[in-house]
Design a protein around this ligand. Structure first.
Ligand SMILES: [Cu+2]
Length: 279
């Protein structure tokens, strides 16, 4: 489809207006735990790690904005002050020790200022605290399986449910976790490399066959939080969503009881129940 210049202009203007409206209005209408149309910022945080990621992101954005303005100012100053017309007799200046020391030292200080919170965040993400609950998430072509070794050793499959909302994110069996508890997620891949990612919790970890990778989150809000497989894993890569339902302790205990019965017939649990019986 070809667009005339007028159409293109109107479309661009429309985009610009929408952009300004978004910046002004933010994404206040965005629902917790899922993406929203026209969203360009990070999803609303629901974990301490994501709080820190959001802070670091905003900090860097402000820093970049200031540096960009400063460089733009310098460029304009050079164009205006140091052009041939304004300087018929060119200056023969080649060195300025003070400026050279400053343009070395100031960037170093800026980088140190970025490195400190950056490493603090890395340690927060990678230094896994003591788990209240461990869940094993196995990536398969093309769905996830969740095992609860601490809660009766049951395991179940979680497949995208096309009749559920939000579109492409709803699943038949959600992963359920208690609120304000440290959940350690162990991931592995059963066939190829997948990646377990939930933006609102600030987690993304590769699920690799033959390896057990670990990450953690503490959900600070109840609700359903969605993510997607984030490593290209084959034809249905886009159709293996992750849905985590965060509930109260009591609701979690009740869910564990029903889940144990509901998933007892899952063939994946046959070895687990043998293991449980042997204990
Ligand atoms: Cu995948």
């Amino acid at each position: 489809m070809k667009m005339s210049k007028g159409q293109m202009g109107r479309r661009l203007l429309g985009l610009a207006v929408a952009g300004v409206a978004l910046v002004a209005g933010g994404t206040a209408s965005a629902e917790l735990g899922q993406p929203a149309p026209w969203e360009f910022r990070l999803q609303q945080s629901a974990s301490p790690v994501m709080d820190n990621i959001t802070w670091f992101h905003n900090f860097l954005t402000v820093l970049i904005f200031i540096i960009t303005l400063f460089v733009l100012g310098l460029l304009i100053a050079v164009v205006v002050k140091f052009n041939a017309r304004a300087n018929p007799i060119p200056s023969r200046t080649t060195h300025n020790t003070l400026i050279e020391v400053a343009w070395t030292l100031i960037p170093v200080l800026i980088l140190v200022g970025i490195a400190v919170p950056s490493f603090r965040l890395l340690f927060l993400e990678l230094d896994i605290p003591k788990a209240d609950l461990t869940i094993k998430a196995t990536g398969k072509q093309w769905y996830w399986s969740y095992a609860y070794p601490d809660n009766g050793k049951f395991e179940f499959d979680s497949l995208m449910a096309s009749d559920k909302q939000p579109r492409l994110l709803g699943v038949d069996n959600e992963m359920v976790v208690p609120v304000n508890k440290i959940v350690v997620v162990q991931t592995t891949g059963a066939d190829v490399i997948h990646s377990f990612a939930v933006p609102a919790f600030g987690i993304k970890i590769d699920a690799i066959p033959g390896r057990l990778n670990e990450t953690w989150f503490k959900a600070t809000k109840t609700g359903v939080f969605y993510g997607q497989c984030s490593e290209l894993c084959g034809k249905d890569h886009a159709f293996m969503p992750i849905a985590v339902r965060v509930v109260s302790d009591q609701e979690f205990a009740a869910w564990v009881e029903t889940a144990k019965k509901k998933f007892a017939s899952n063939p994946a649990n046959s070895f687990a129940s043998v293991g449980a019986a042997a204990q």
